[in-house]
Design a protein around this ligand. Structure first.
Ligand code: AMP
Length: 399
């Protein structure tokens, strides 16, 4: 059995083909046998495509008409095996999808009703589902895994927002995102610690271009920092995170801002990029700070301060903390960020082991022996988790 995973964002598409033969539900993630990355950040320009496979040499090429159907046709022509399942990451499943689901025409229609909640993700992800159906035909079953689904367990005091009562009728509430990553990382943490997930109180810190925390009690998400959209919560690469909403009113009234201008500035020009004036990429911020740039240092301090402050806040939802787990591009790779967050949380008993932290740790404990709460760095493995959840959903539908 081969499982093809599509993980599409507004600027790129990542695809992985997994050989699922003999894989058991809680196996540790295995490498894909084929992977592709398509950069379509400029939709009118050629899309850049990189395809790697254990069976052949790396392919790098440009595709002049970056329509999704032609990109998928080109990718499919390089697959070393035919997939039986096609699995899709879908960002927004609203309150209708609490689990992975087969993307029947009815499920696709339901998912489309959330397109306006995630306009730069859902439409493109559902377009891929349509084109994949044409390409592979009905014998390849298609499933969706929703970024919001893991947070379907949030209690009302976490998902209701303190706006006017009618917001609830309009679906304006906290949904939370990065659920696929938070779910996988919490499960892997329990495995790595040799503990039962049901006995653990965890905070998982997904720190990538987008950043969010989840408070997870007994494997269930009970609080999270992203909200109605992925703009809320932590300072991110180019997103502001939580800011005073009065600023938006001021910009509209005094500076004539439109919704498009607010969207562009809050999503693309804020966060690390806005503070540093240099970049939303943590590596570039770290380099600039190391060479004495004060704004880059300020961006780093505000980023790590925002993580620490939100971790401390989320502990209240758990009534204690067994482990703080770092994942995604920054969380997995930056000892500087993990160290600075740990220092800011020292009052909670957290202490990082500097030697381990600096040794490119992955899937391991990074806190000092004997200290509590524990700290870990765990790979996000979103694509494996998407395949795992779809395989489980497909299997349960056969029973
Ligand atoms: P992601 O969205 O998970 O791909 O993460 C992207 C972020 O991870 C960017 O801000 C990168 O700068 C950051 N990142 C990747 N590698 C490193 C590294 N070695 N040190 C610091 N940040 C990194």
């Amino acid at each position: 059995m081969h499982i093809l995973v599509f993980n599409a964002g507004s600027s790129s598409l990542k695809c992985h083909l997994f050989d699922w033969m003999g894989v058991a539900e809680h196996d540790t993630p295995k490498s894909a046998i084929w992977r592709a990355h398509v950069d379509w950040s400029r939709r009118s320009a050629p899309a850049r495509m990189t395809i790697e496979s254990a069976a052949s040499t790396k392919i790098e090429e440009e595709i002049s008409k970056p329509e999704i159907a032609s990109i998928l046709r080109r990718l499919a022509a390089t697959l070393p095996a035919s997939p039986e399942l096609a699995c899709h990451r879908i960002v927004h499943g609203g309150s209708l999808f609490a689990h992975a689901a087969e993307l029947t025409p009815e499920a696709q229609r339901k998912a489309m009703t959330f397109n306006h909640f995630a306009p730069s993700h859902n439409p493109i992800q559902l377009e891929i589902v349509d084109d994949a159906e044409v390409l592979f035909g009905p014998k390849v079953r298609q499933f969706g895994v929703f970024d919001t689904a893991f947070h379907a367990t949030l209690p009302p005091e976490e998902y209701v927002l303190a706006g006017p009562h009618h917001w609830r009728d309009r679906g304006i509430r906290r949904y939370g995102f990065h659920g696929i990553s938070h779910q996988n990382v919490s499960r892997r943490t329990a495995q790595l610690l040799g503990r039962d997930l049901r006995d653990l109180r965890l905070i998982t810190a997904h720190l990538g271009n987008g950043c969010s925390l989840a408070a997870i009690e007994g494997g269930i998400s009970v609080a999270t920092t992203m909200g109605f959209t992925p703009l809320d919560g932590l300072v991110m690469g180019t997103r502001s995170g939580s800011i005073d909403p009065g600023i938006l009113i001021h910009l509209v009234r005094q500076h004539g801002y439109s919704a498009e201008m607010l969207d562009a500035e809050l999503n693309k020009e804020s966060g690390l990029k806005g503070i540093s004036g240099i970049s939303g990429d943590m590596r570039e911020v770290l380099d600039a700070a190391a060479s004495g740039n004060n704004d880059a240092q300020l961006a780093f301090d505000m980023f790590t301060g925002s993580v620490a402050r939100h971790v401390a806040g989320l502990v209240t939802a758990l009534g204690g903390l067994d482990a703080l787990v770092f994942t995604a591009g920054i969380g997995e790779n930056s000892p500087e960020v993990r160290d600075a967050v740990a220092r800011k949380l020292r009052f909670m008993g957290i202490e990082i082991d500097q030697e381990v932290n600096n040794s490119k740790p992955i899937d391991q404990v990074i806190s000092k022996t004997g200290t509590r709460p524990l700290m870990l760095a765990v790979r996000s493995e979103e694509d494996w988790e998407i395949a795992r959840q779809c395989f489980a959903a497909a299997g349960s539908m056969l029973c």
